[in-house]
Design a protein around this ligand. Structure first.
Ligand SMILES: *Cc1c(COP(=O)(O)O)cnc(C)c1O
Length: 397
């Protein structure tokens, strides 16, 4: 046969999945690995040069896989637009930078994720941005902390490790009056159990790493803003050129498909174990917003549509190191590790420093991520650990 060389042998067939040659339709979007994006002709190149090209011009702008995830997230959050970051903490760092400048003052909830606090204290401070930590159960009294140079309020509810809840509508009311931007780390509740924008907060941050990706194999974060805040945020985002793995965007999108089903299971198992723990004689308190004796249970009930599988507890006694090791080292089902939101149950224990007076000052807080395992297995694992810590059972026997 007479082999003719096509005049466009490379461009056609290798770039676009809509290409007729492939004749394939899939449920999920394809994954693109791209730094360079090819333009069809001189006219398109000219448009790219002068900023009028309608499509993606370079890999730093993401790909259709990333766009598909961002659109799905914006939709779920009920916000205007979502952008992705390579981790939850990266999302937090960048959104704080996007909305501050030298001389600004920000209000940060005292129960924020530890690395958020570190970024404010060690890095934002270098650029002349001052942080004041506000009580984690704050509401309308936030007004007392506002200065002329206050620019934004950063919330996390329920807060990391101690699970206090803020009165968001009361805070939003004060923020609006004082023209402050409000943002919330919404990783615990996810958009399914807390609708940031319905409650009037301007910006929602997710550690996608947790429930959304859901399998402890992806690090990612998102920032979703309302329409009013988007242009200021996007001005920053375009310039710093955040790059996220497109394989991870694919996994995050896949995680979203089953989020609702998984979260129901986490919620149900978490509540069962929380209620069981509260009845154990060694346990002083269970820090779970859906339990009626949680100090801000009424706020949780009013503003959230569900709980999840992450909560804490404290014991009546502060045990010596040896007993702590007996408790932790004999666990069969709970892994020891940071992060949460995955199918495997995890446990951490520690003391947390706060800037404002804390209910749990100097106390050891246990935190559990209740995964998708059998509830009785998890409960028995904790029951045996409680026996070991109290010395009721000799762990070496
Ligand atoms: C884990 C976590 C983050 C950070 O997410 P990474 O993806 O691990 O960086 C932020 N906020 C909260 C509340 C978290 O628990």
């Amino acid at each position: 046969m007479n082999q003719k060389i096509s005049n466009k042998p490379v461009l056609t067939g290798m770039t676009s999945p809509e290409d007729d040659q492939h004749n394939i339709k899939t449920i999920n979007p394809p994954i693109y690995h791209a730094s360079t994006v090819l333009f069809e002709n001189y006219e398109a190149l000219k448009q790219a040069n002068n900023g009028t090209y309608p499509g993606i011009t370079y890999g730093t702008q993401g790909s259709p896989t990333q766009n598909a995830f961002e659109i799905a997230m914006a939709d779920l959050e009920g916000g205007y637009k979502t952008k992705v970051f390579p981790s939850g903490i990266s999302a937090i760092i960048h959104v704080l930078q996007a909305f501050t400048k030298c001389g600004d003052h920000i209000l940060v909830c005292d129960n924020v994720y530890g690395p958020t606090r570190q970024f404010c204290n060690k890095i934002l401070s270098k650029f002349g941005i001052k942080t004041t930590y506000i009580p984690p159960d704050i509401g309308a009294n936030i007004i007392d902390f506002i200065r002329p140079e206050t620019r934004l309020i950063f919330l996390e509810s329920p807060g990391s490790n101690t699970f206090e809840i803020q009165d968001i509508p009361a805070i939003v009311k004060v923020a609006r009056k004082n023209e402050l931007v409000t943002m919330i780390d919404n990783s615990w509740a996810t958009p399914l159990h807390f609708q940031t924008f319905r409650l009037g907060v301007d910006i929602s941050i997710q550690s996608v790493t947790k429930y959304i990706a859901g399998h402890s194999d992806v690090l990612m974060g998102t920032v979703t803003t309302n329409e009013a805040c988007f242009s200021e945020f996007y001005h920053y985002y375009r310039i710093v050129k955040i790059n996220v793995s497109q394989d991870d965007c694919y996994l995050a999108l896949r995680g979203l498909r089953t989020l609702a089903v998984r979260l129901k299971h986490h919620e149900r198992s978490g509540l069962k174990i929380a209620k069981w723990l509260r009845k154990q004689k060694l346990v002083e308190a269970v820090l779970h917003p859906a339990l009626p004796d949680h100090p801000e249970h009424h706020l949780w009930k009013r503003d959230f549509s569900g709980s999840t599988g992450l909560f804490g507890f404290i014991l009546k006694t502060e045990y010596p190191e040896k007993n702590m090791a007996d408790f932790v080292d004999g666990l069969q089902f709970f892994g020891l590790g940071y992060s949460w939101g995955g199918f495997k149950s995890l446990l951490t224990a520690g003391c947390y420093k706060r800037s404002t007076p804390s209910r749990y000052e100097g106390r050891t807080l246990f935190r559990v991520n209740i995964g998708l395992e059998d509830v009785m297995d998890l409960q028995n694992d904790l029951a045996m650990a409680l026996d070991r810590i109290s010395g009721a059972v000799d762990p070496t026997a």
